[in-house]
Design a protein around this ligand. Sequence first.
Ligand code: ATP
Ligand code: MG
Length: 421
Amino acid sequence: MASKMIQAIRGMNDVLPDEAHLWEYFEETVRDWLRAYGYRNVRTPILEKTDLFVRSIGEVTDIVEKEMYTFVDALNGESLALRPEGTAACVRAVIEHNLLYAGPQRLWYWGPMFRHERPQKGRFRQFHQVGVEAMGFPGPDINAEHLTMCARLWRSLELDGIALDLNTLGDAQSRERYRRRLVNYLERHEGSLDADSKRRLHANPLRVLDSKNPEMAELIAGAPKLAEDLDEVSMKSFEDLQGLLRESGVSFRINSRLVRGLDYYNGAVYEWVSNRLGAQNAVCAGGRYDALIEQIGGKAAPACGFAMGVERLLALVKVGAGTRARVSDVYLVRQGVAAERYGASVAEQLRDAGLAVILHCGGGSFKSQMKRADASGARYAMIVGDDEAGAGVVSVKPLREAAQQVRASVSEAIDLIKGKA
Ligand code: ATP
Ligand code: MG
């Protein structure tokens, strides 16, 4: 009796070969882009101590309150969490390995993140982020660099309809002043608050502004604005940033309600939103987090960064020439005892010459092997029978154009396939 199939976890997706080439195209574009700006890669574990995220993202946030996958390590009773985002771990690694000792750092990471959310279009339980962090830079020049970088990436990926929402959260004192005014306002409207917002009213009132509940939208729209409580340094820095963006031709709009869902942000914060994705429209988000390094136990240093949602961006990438799956150069068909051995060594010689070769395995008639060759998308079939094996030659047949099959030495065949003949 067949066993019952065990399926993947809800909200966690497989990427199959027909889709994987789109990911590869994205990864290659992103690598070139990061190299062009001098960012270096860090790779941290997928698991961290739960406390790292609680301390950085904040106790009264969606992520920490309800979205983290945590479990107790049976060996030592320690609480561990699958990372819900990348900044905290990146900062931890920088502190732990004392990277800032060598000067400011431009870093990036890439990989799966985990949040226990309700799966829907553009929202998954395992999703992927590319994150960029700059530590040891006070700004706003570095913020302008990040935003200019993003704009360039959208151009490279030929994405349009992505707009930049920008705000500043000011320093800790300005947020404290604002907090008092906001609590006052929310208390006056306590009756209209949903359960989450009631709970956050005193614990973390700024988070109320981040609510995704449409019934809260009107109340949020009428809330006092943070801009009126801003300190002078933050205001000046925010104005300078806007000037730098204008000079670089990066358009933006000020969104005074933008507060971001994580507590570690201060100063400039932003979100890139697409007009083509429906409700889950944010493709990239970030800002300054000047207090985080010290908060996690390092020596205070200014920092900022952003992370983009890979699945949401890939949903916007138009399938075109750049994203087409790469086909092999050659499918090598072989039949007969001597030909099987000879074919395998010819395939290695072709690979030595830099060609991509699929070597037919599993036997079968020439006819059935040629069908596989055709279906593989390879540009050429290379045919080897005992006859070719005996003479030390190969037969080459172009598969994507009407042309004659030719018999040639291996080196002639390589020249032909590489277009040198
Ligand atoms: P959202 O408002 O959509 O919940 P967020 O503010 O929680 O996003 P961040 O923590 O800032 O998101 O993460 C940066 C980016 O990662 C988001 O802009 C989005 O593109 C992507 N992202 C976040 N959560 C998910 C998810 N559950 N599934 C897919 N992508 C996600
Ligand atoms: Mg979220």
